[in-house]
Design a protein around this ligand. Structure first.
Ligand code: ADP
Length: 642
């Protein structure tokens, strides 16, 4: 192939400009990125080599070699991994098809939305290959794919274009040369001690040796009475990293920085994780794992394309980046790595899907995550609340989907309530602990927002009794309600459904007496209203849940309430709205007024009032009203009369 010059995809150039012009960043991370790519390339060689041993011909030891050269202001990073074909070279280093760069741009966008300066954070996480341009004026990549004979050279000065041409390369792998500025402004990155430090700090856990020729100076002892001999300098190849992956090291050896650094590398997140779970399982199922609960939810947590799953290693060998079988879907926000010593090395994707060992690992990871969250909730309420803000929704998904762990999940769930502020949700345990005497059930109301349910007429009787009501204001709470039917032996009861049985026996008797009287009195009126509203309302009855408002609508014990209807509509679902019950408050003056009108035979007026009553109830629960035109006309008339 003769030399051909091409233009970078626009996004790549944007990224390059950013990388080049961000002056105040940790430029040293360029090395971490290139080493990590080299290490991935060797993982892939090993992996593909499992099924095609031809690829492994040539060097048997896999390693990375760093060669700084102060004279030419350059540094070479070389590996004998999988290498790239001409095609791969073109797509990998010219477009933005790869995960790392995409992750970067996404995080960049998120950070910008949060007002973080590019400069502050660019250096904190993966920019991939392009990080080379942080210090290099020109980058040259020579590569040969394992199994092929022809090599290729890629070259660019980061100025919009790159070129690709044939090159003779003796063995497989990739050799990247960074040419730093001639004026020596980045020559510190060529100092041996500096390189050693960078490798130790960022790449110590890389499982392949990272080698460098290191200059050693010996100062021989002078013999008695003689001048000291000249110092002797020798050059020796040294391995700079300990090669122990982070999950194989003991917790006591590791610092918070080690974990955070590792997390950022695997997650493309630029903030520290909220919680780290370093878990080594011994016994029947043996594996090592490090799991991270991120500090914030990714934008795409609810998108179908969201990548999920943990990295899976088998006996230190990389198998896959996204093993989604290791955790249930609702734990998709967790990042991390699992290294199993029980799985066979040639485990395939199909095998992973139904493997007894994977199932056992999964079970044990789920338990570990749930117990960690429980501890967090008990020991650090503020941190847990932060977790809940970001991941509460997916935990609720779990309540609906993970029957086996429902009880544990029930302990984790929080809801705002009639006795708390929106930002200070309560757990079911707290709720039950502060239930006043006489309260038997756990009450909840579902609706569109905190403000909407807080003002709901359904709360009146419960408020006056001092009973707390949980607010189910997340759309998913309707599904939670279907699964979370009981806690600590107490039933969960929707206060806008069926009958509300709030009273003690004595109170009941008293009320019954009262209602009985009222029922007689209002029988005729209730029938008239029922007739007027027959098309929409199933029944009109006197209410025991209202103390101030005149009306409210309630669903049957198993009927669909207003919130569920709203959600179904929003989801574009076909459904048959069920007729609900209109409850009226006999103590409200509107009712006695209506009764007077009814007795006086003013049929038309009663009809108008009935429709006003219904619309009031709809408005109070945040539902659309019926015939808004007529409604406003009636209101105007009433205002004029007043
Ligand atoms: P990422 O590594 O996150 O995918 P990069 O921009 O760092 O993004 O690299 C792009 C792609 O180029 C990699 O996915 C890989 O396929 C290829 N690549 C980079 N460096 C090497 C290397 N040393 N050997 C083989 N392939 C490489």
């Amino acid at each position: 192939m003769s030399k051909s010059t091409k233009t970078f995809q626009t996004e790549v150039q944007q990224l390059l400009d950013l990388v080049i012009h961000s002056l105040y960043t940790k430029k040293e991370i360029y090395l971490r990125e290139l080493i990590s790519n080299a290490s991935d390339a060797m993982d892939r060689l090993k992996f593909e080599g499992l099924t095609n041993d031809k690829l492994l011909e040539g060097d048997s030891e896999l390693f990375i070699k760093l060669t700084p050269d102060k004279d030419t202001h350059s540094i070479v990073i070389e590996d004998n991994g999988i290498g790239m074909s001409a095609e791969e070279l073109d797509t990998n280093l010219g477009t933005i098809a790869n995960s790392g760069t995409k992750g970067f741009l996404k995080s960049l966008q998120e950070a910008k939305e949060q007002g973080v300066e590019d400069n502050q954070f660019i250096g904190q996480f993966g920019v991939g290959f392009y990080a080379a341009f942080m210090i290099a004026e020109r980058v040259e990549v020579e590569t040969r794919r394992a199994g092929e004979t022809q090599g290729y050279k890629w070259e660019s000065a980061g100025d919009g274009q790159y070129s690709v041409e044939d090159v003779d390369k003796e063995s497989r792998g990739t050799k990247i040369t960074l040419y730093l500025p001639e004026d020596g402004k980045y020559d510190e990155y060529l100092e041996e001690w500096r390189i050693k430090n960078i490798v130790k700090q960022y790449s110590d856990y890389i499982t392949y040796p990272i080698k460098m020729d290191v200059t050693k100076t010996d100062y021989p002892q002078a013999a008695e009475g003689e001048d000291a001999p000249e110092p002797v300098t020798t050059i020796e190849e040294e391995t700079l990293n300990s090669m122990k992956p982070i999950w194989r090291r003991s917790k006591s050896e590791l610092t918070a920085d080690d974990y955070n650094e590792f997390y950022k590398r695997i997650s493309f997140d630029y903030t520290d994780p909220l919680e780290v779970i370093h878990y080594v399982a011994e016994g029947v199922t043996e594996f090592r794992s490090i799991l991270f609960i991120p500090g914030m939810a990714p934008m795409d947590m609810f998108s179908r394309e969201q990548k999920n799953g943990l990295q899976l290693y088998v006996k230190n060998i990389f198998i896959t980046d996204e093993c989604s079988e290791l955790l249930p879907e609702y734990m998709r926000f967790i990042k991390g790595v699992v290294d199993s010593s029980d799985l066979p090395l040639n485990v395939s994707r199909e095998m992973l899907q139904d493997d007894a060992i994977i199932r056992r690992i999964r079970k044990s990871l789920v338990n570990k995550v749930l117990s960690t969250l429980k501890d967090l909730k008990n020991k650090d309420a503020d941190k847990y609340l932060k977790f809940w803000e970001h991941f509460g929704k997916v935990i609720k998904e779990g309540i609906h989907l993970d029957m086996e762990n429902r009880e544990k999940l029930n302990e984790l769930v929080l809801f705002p309530s009639s006795k708390t502020e929106l930002e200070k949700p309560v757990s079911l345990k707290e709720y039950v602990e502060r239930m006043p005497e006489g309260q038997e059930e756990i009450y909840y109301i579902s609706g569109e927002s905190y403000e909407a349910v807080k003002a709901s007429p359904h709360l009146e009787a419960l408020n006056s009794k001092g009973y707390e009501v949980l607010f189910f204001i997340d759309p998913i709470d309707e599904w939670v309600a279907q699964s979370l039917t009981e806690y600590d032996g107490k039933k969960l009861k929707a206060i806008d459904r069926g009958d509300l049985d709030l009273d003690s026996e004595d109170e009941k008797k008293e009320k019954e007496e009262k209602l009985k009287g009222a029922e007689e009195e209002y029988k005729g009126l209730l029938e008239t209203i029922q007739k007027d509203l027959d098309a929409t309302v199933k029944e009109v009855r006197l209410s025991s849940r209202l103390t101030e408002s005149a009306v409210c609508l309630v669903a049957d014990e198993h009927g669909m309430n207003a919130n569920m209807e709203r959600i179904m509509k929003a989801m574009g679902q076909e459904f048959q709205p069920s007729k609900r019950i209109l409850e009226v408050n006999p103590e409200h003056p509107v009712l006695s007024k209506m009764r007077e009108l009814s007795t006086a035979g003013d049929v038309e007026k009663v009809k108008d009032y009935s429709s006003l009553l219904l619309n009031q109830a709809l408005l109070a629960e945040g539902s659309p009203i019926q015939d808004p035109n007529k409604f406003s006309k009636l209101i105007s008339e009433l205002m004029v009369q007043a």
